[in-house]
Design a protein around this ligand. Structure first.
Ligand SMILES: *Cc1c(COP(=O)(O)O)cnc(C)c1O
Length: 372
């Protein structure tokens, strides 16, 4: 247990009319709540100065290590408002554990899991009015950690800062779930053996932006990366894990091979599919297997998954040589949509939560009162 106490400096809150206008159509990542969390770390003093402060710019020395050597990691999770007024987060301790795995790879300090979860609660409690109540809306939380020592030498920084900011998020798909085309990146890779592919770090995203631009130029919404050594073994998308569905109901997803992110949506779907009696194979999957499986009818669905969109059905896979896979009118597949409905149902409190994945931040009675 970390007994670090949070101090709070109240922000001048956005007027309710302005907040209501934002919550009516928040989009994604455009608007931020009134407060943020900040916890400082030094090599000698450990974690200290846990604060909830007004949202705003942070002082940053131009020599800060994060600006030069990219020592940065982040997380993403959501808080949901249920019909009874309660506010919950989805498996925040999983994000806390994963942040620490990323921290180890990037030579940043680990944050006690309990302190991470408490920080999430502090922010959601103070900015509870920012958790939207519309269909498929949520409050997206972005915890992150940066090295902020002012020093140009190349070594792990002796100063770091953990922060959480929050942004109301609208429905990812407006006007119904739409299957997407994805682009197979051939030359450009996101990760290689021994690299940082399994860490959620800004650097991985920086290297995925050029391939994502190429994908967009080819009419694709996302880019699919393969193992840089084989260029056939599938890793994942730029920010989502991949699943294939066989005609016999078996789900196939690339194993955690050190190159890919241990997605919490991935993990949750493996559990839910297993509960329903589906076989789930976590193993090496190749583009050839996918292509041939669709051609012979043994692979009937594909989807990507991650916190932001939960499940995105995949309609086709394209690459330099043209269309590799095309599900045509078969996308989105039935299992894809049914798993999506089940997981979002748990998150939004319209289905039972059999695995205790919801962490109640604001209980029903209080939540209802605050909304009134
Ligand atoms: C965050 C992320 C995912 C999805 O993880 P979730 O925990 O399901 O949101 C998948 N791949 C990459 C590269 C990511 O950064």
């Amino acid at each position: 247990m970390s007994d670090l106490a949070f101090t709070r400096t109240d922000a001048t809150r956005k007027p309710q009319s302005e907040r209501d206008a934002i919550l009516a159509d928040p989009g994604f990542g455009n608007h931020f709540t009134d407060h943020m969390v900040s916890i400082a770390w030094t090599k000698d003093g450990g974690w200290h100065d846990a604060e909830v402060v007004p949202y705003g710019p942070i002082p940053m020395d131009p020599a800060s290590s994060v600006l030069h050597y990219g020592q940065e990691i982040f997380e993403g999770l959501k808080a949901y408002r249920h019909a009874d007024g309660s506010i919950v987060a989805f498996r925040p301790e999983e994000n806390a554990r994963r942040l620490n795995e990323s921290a180890r790879r990037l030579a940043l300090p680990e944050l006690p899991v309990e302190l991470f979860v408490r920080a999430v609660h502090e922010l959601v409690e103070v900015d509870a009015d920012w958790v939207p109540s519309g269909a498929d809306q949520s409050l997206y939380l972005r915890p992150f950690m940066i090295a902020d020592e002012s020093f140009l030498g190349v070594r792990a920084a002796h100063r770091a800062r953990f922060m959480i900011i929050a942004s109301p998020a609208g429905a990812y798909f407006t006007g119904g779930v739409k299957p997407v085309s994805i682009w197979l990146s051939s030359e450009l890779a996101r990760a290689g053996h021994g690299g940082t592919g399994a860490a959620k770090c800004g650097g991985n995203y920086a290297s995925s932006l050029l391939p994502t631009n190429i994908a967009a130029a080819n009419g694709c919404a996302q880019v699919l990366f393969t193992d840089s050594a084989t260029e056939d073994t599938i890793d994942e998308l730029g920010g989502m894990n991949l699943f294939l569905v066989r005609a016999d109901g078996t789900l196939i997803t690339p194993a955690l091979n050190g190159n890919i992110l241990d997605g919490i949506t991935r993990k949750s779907l493996i559990r839910l599919a297993g509960d329903r009696g589906h076989a789930v194979e976590e193993r090496a999957v190749t583009v050839s297997e996918w292509r041939d499986g669709v051609a012979d009818g043994s692979i009937v669905e594909a989807f990507a998954c991650g916190t932001a969109a939960v499940i995105t059905p995949i309609a086709r896979l394209k690459g330099e040589a043209g269309t590799i896979v095309d599900f045509g009118e078969a996308a989105p597949g039935a299992l894809t949509m049914s798993l999506r409905e089940e997981l979002t149902g748990i998150q939004f409190g319209v289905r039972e939560d059999p695995h205790g994945w919801l962490d109640v931040i604001v209980p029903a009675a209080v939540g209802a009162g605050m909304r009134a």
